[in-house]
Design a protein around this ligand. Structure first.
Ligand code: URP
Ligand code: ZN
Ligand code: ZN
Ligand code: ZN
Length: 458
């Protein structure tokens, strides 16, 4: 099967230029002028930009949490992703207590296999760090899994202690595996939450007030220090505040192998959104919590200066009508997490590129090229380059769209971005050379997304 995409403007992390793109057997075989020649399919991209498909390295599909399960599975979540121009993702496989990491991965493979529309990989979250589980980290690369996740918060369910984090970092380093960390001081947060509930402070806004930025900054610094001591690669997920950015920047300035991401919602919303009328604030409950405008400004600056190299979603969708309401009368029971897999590319492009905060090249780097390189997919995904998978999105810079839950495609009943008007959106999505979304219409079959075996040393 061959395809030529003609007349478009190619965007990579390095530059923007007029070029046709030729695809053979799902892989980009040529990028250049006047490639129109014999091909099974010719796609007219005149007036369109040709970008690498988005890669979202932080998602939670079909994840048990807070006594319920995230409402998007590997079909509805993938549908939403593809509609928004995302062609692959790395999801968090959560080790059930008592299970091996391999058994946990089997569970997640079963969730994905028959349903997938886009390509997917797994990080495995080590939640029960018995010695034999720590030993198992060395075997993950053989399973195509080259990143683990450690939680420093969510005491009683996901959190592990410093000894376990240190061991994980060390063993992951030795195996060429990247350690991801959720950096918040879970013990101090537990104390603050219990105090709030005792005082009758039960509304959603207390979620943010009991997870202050100092406790994210402290945990970020602690994890970075361990990584520096061990020379172990560390990736800090969902950085939300200035203090945590400072810790990441400090570590990087000393040459420590520390990288970090932020997530879309931290660039758009603040703790004030948790105080919306009624119980609406529950829609904005995620951890770390939304911060202040000054933190947003610091995050944008960090995206520009490279302190942060990735924007992911932390797509962790819980419906408002049946799931967020579990925390009515007690904010500690509101399932933590917000959706964004469909909106990420559009809202980041609009606020970032149209808003003059980042360039189109930086947009491509943050959403595709850098995540591919960091997560063992460099040269395979994340760029419009010869030899890479033809995961491509045709972007119309002029087309406008109003984001609303009613026209989104996942299983969610709300969008954080409800009513937001964006300019610039995907009009066609290709995965390994195959059109999967054409002008808002899904044309891929469930099960056509593939598991991505990732390399070590990303
Ligand atoms: O609130 C969030 N972020 N929920 C998802 C799990 C996590 O901490 O990433
Ligand atoms: Zn246990
Ligand atoms: Zn987290
Ligand atoms: Zn997450």
């Amino acid at each position: 099967m061959s395809t030529v995409i003609v007349g478009g403007t190619v965007v990579t992390a390095e530059g923007t230029y007029r070029a046709d793109v030729r695809v053979d057997s799902g892989v980009i075989s040529a990028v250049g002028l006047d490639l129109a020649g014999p091909a099974d399919t010719v796609i007219d991209a005149a007036g369109r930009h040709v970008l690498p498909g988005g890669i979202d390295v932080h998602t939670h599909l079909s994840m048990p949490s807070f006594g319920t399960e995230t409402c998007d599975d590997f079909y509805t979540g993938h549908l939403a992703a593809a509609m928004g121009g995302t062609t692959s993702h790395v999801d968090f496989c959560i080790q059930p207590h008592g299970a091996s990491l391999a058994a946990a991965l089997d569970l997640w493979h079963a969730k994905a296999a028959e349903r997938a529309l886009i390509d997917y990989g797994f990080h495995v979250a080590v939640t029960d760090p018995r010695p034999e589980v720590i030993d198992e980290i060395a075997t993950l690369p053989d399973l195509g899994v080259t990143s683990i996740k450690v939680f420093m918060a969510y005491r009683g369910t996901l959190q592990v202690d410093d000894a376990a984090l240190f061991s994980c970092l060390e063993r992951a380093r030795d195996a060429g595996v990247l350690t991801l960390v959720h950096a918040e001081n879970g013990d101090a947060i537990e104390h603050l939450m219990a105090g709030a509930i005792r005082r009758g402070e039960t509304a959603p806004k207390y979620h943010a007030l009991t997870r202050p930025p100092q406790l994210e900054s402290e945990a970020t610094g602690r994890a970075a220090a361990m990584a520096e001591v061990l020379g172990a690669p560390l990736y800090v997920v969902h950085v939300s505040c200035r203090g945590a950015l400072d810790r990441v920047r400090d570590a990087q300035s000393r040459g420590a192998p520390v990288t970090a991401e932020t997530c879309t919602h931290y660039l758009f919303f603040t703790a004030d959104d948790l105080d919306r009328s009624g119980f609406e604030g529950a829609k904005f409950v995620c951890s770390p919590p939304l911060r202040e405008v000054a933190d947003q400004d610091a995050l944008w600056a960090a995206l520009r200066d490279g302190t942060l190299s990735v924007v992911s979603t932390d797509h962790c969708p819980f419906r408002y009508d049946t799931q967020k309401v579990l925390g009515e009368g007690n904010f500690t029971k509101i399932p933590n997490g917000v959706p964004g897999i469909e909106e990420r590319m559009m809202v980041l492009h609009h606020a970032g590129v149209n808003g003059g905060r980042i360039t189109l090249q930086q947009f491509v780097s943050l959403t595709a090229t850098a995540p591919a390189r960091r997560f063992g997919l460099g040269g395979v995904k994340g760029s419009v380059a010869v030899g890479s998978d033809a995961d491509l999105v045709l972007w119309d810079l002029a087309r406008e769209h109003t984001i609303t839950a009613a026209t989104n495609h996942g299983a969610m009943d709300y969008s954080l971005y409800e009513g937001m008007r964006v300019r610039g959106m995907p009009v066609m999505t290709l995965r390994r050379g195959e059109v999967i979304v054409d002008n808002g219409r899904l044309v891929a079959a469930p099960g056509s997304g593939q598991f991505m075996r990732r390399r070590t040393g990303g």
